[in-house]
Design a protein around this ligand. Structure first.
Ligand SMILES: *Cc1c(COP(=O)(O)O)cnc(C)c1O
Length: 405
């Protein structure tokens, strides 16, 4: 039989059309470079949407995974395993947490966090304490519970009836949040920096006010660090930049460096509410996923590595500002660490996707965060020459975009 190579058009023929992927298919990666079926190379500033913390085909990850694959892939949670125990211990010693739980994705991590908050409130205060406060433009995942907590009604409105007792106020609006938190609030869920919502850092006073309101009303403060976690903002977790400590933190994306794993971190105060039988998962914390995360954490959670993230941040900022000086395409360039957003000026509203498509044509893959923001979330170990090459391609894309006018 002839071996027919899959093509992009097969996506439209065989896949449920919930995505509309790029016209090319990447087939190989090395560091922050990707190569497509035609051999064209791209600098990868998307990092698999803030996932590939160590780039593509990282030698230490390949090594660790290959070794683990020759031992045990999966056991199920009737047995524990060595990699997951090392991983749990690492996360507990590196953060505020006393206890952790592992699952497979960011949505599942937030699902577990919200279930924990409801259960804790029920156990300690009764069924009336069930209200969840979340924020406009937030993104917490695509399960029904997490998409309802998310602050973009267009993602949830067609799937009702939705889980109840979830309300939203504007992000960074301290007065509105304080007015909404009361004794029936069981949880407040917030991203320390909104990712999908447009790369918008929380104000420090805002997070600090949420912390004290949650303390006053015995509500669980959940930080969704699915995108900001694992070194992305130049600290292991973004809460460390803010010095505001959550009760529960959800983590995923970069944790496995490209292998699916998510989890929640919490303290001994809250952990007992998820006792045997209350929650679970088949794959969560399996030996392969835990091996990936162990390797990522042992590389990322080093002072020099995290300082390197901040140095790369500066390099991006200087170059992006220089590009914008001549182009005046962006009205704001913002972010922390290697999560950077460039918001289009008013004259170019709604055209971030168009610019990202042109950028890919020029050989630099970038993300968007909503219709008006171009987002950079590259590997945390991206090389200087990859940043330079990629940004010079992006500069070309900006010129092409502007000359199309
Ligand atoms: C990506 C993301 C999620 C969802 O993660 P999945 O792995 O896609 O389920 C949740 N919260 C935030 C902040 C994210 O960026």
């Amino acid at each position: 039989m002839m071996n027919v190579r899959p093509q992009r058009k097969d996506f439209d023929m065989y896949m449920i059309p919930m995505f509309s992927p790029a016209p090319f298919i990447p087939v190989k990666g090395k560091g922050s470079r990707l190569f497509d079926q035609e051999g064209k190379d791209y600098i990868d500033f998307a990092g698999g949407i803030a996932v590939n913390a160590l780039g593509h085909a990282n030698a230490e990850l390949v090594d660790a995974m290959t070794k683990q694959m020759q031992n045990v892939w999966h056991l199920g949670n009737g047995y524990t395993n060595e990699p997951v125990l090392s991983l749990a211990k690492k996360l507990v010693s590196a953060t505020f947490a006393d206890k952790v739980f592992f699952c497979n994705s960011g949505a599942e991590a937030n699902e577990a966090a919200l279930k924990l908050a409801r259960k804790y409130a029920l156990d300690h205060y009764g069924p009336q304490k069930n209200e969840i406060l979340a924020f406009d433009s937030a993104f917490h995942g695509r399960t029904l519970f997490t998409v309802s907590a998310g602050g973009q009604p267009k993602y949830s409105k067609d799937f009702g009836p939705l889980p109840g007792a979830i309300s939203h106020v504007p992000f960074n609006d301290t007065a509105a949040a304080l007015a909404a938190i009361n004794d029936n609030t069981c949880a407040v869920i917030v991203e320390p920096m909104q990712g999908e919502g447009g790369v918008i850092p929380a104000h420090k006073e805002f997070l600090a006010a949420l912390r004290s309101a949650c303390d006053r009303h015995n509500a669980v403060l959940i930080f969704d660090e699915v995108q900001t976690g694992v070194g992305r903002t130049g600290k292991l977790y973004a809460y460390m930049n803010y010095e505001v400590i959550p009760d529960v933190l959800s983590t995923a994306k970069a944790l496995g460096g490209g292998f699916p794993i998510g989890g929640i971190l919490t303290t001994d105060k809250f952990a007992p509410s998820l006792s045997p039988g209350t929650h679970g998962t088949t794959y969560g914390g399996n030996p392969l996923a835990a091996t990936a995360a162990n390797t990522v954490l042992s590389i990322v959670n080093q002072r020099e590595f995290l300082e390197g993230v901040n140095e790369r941040h500066n390099k991006f900022f200087v170059s992006l500002e220089a590009i914008n000086k001549t182009a005046s395409l962006f009205k704001d360039i913002r972010g922390m660490g290697l999560l950077i957003g460039c918001e289009l000026a008013d004259a170019y509203q709604g055209r971030a996707k168009e610019l990202s498509n042109i950028s890919a044509e020029c050989g630099a893959i970038v993300l968007i965060a909503g219709p008006n923001v171009v987002r950079f979330a590259p590997a945390l170990n991206i090389k200087d020459e990859e940043i330079e090459e990629g940004l010079s391609r992006f500069k070309k894309a900006v010129e092409n975009f502007l000359t199309k006018e």
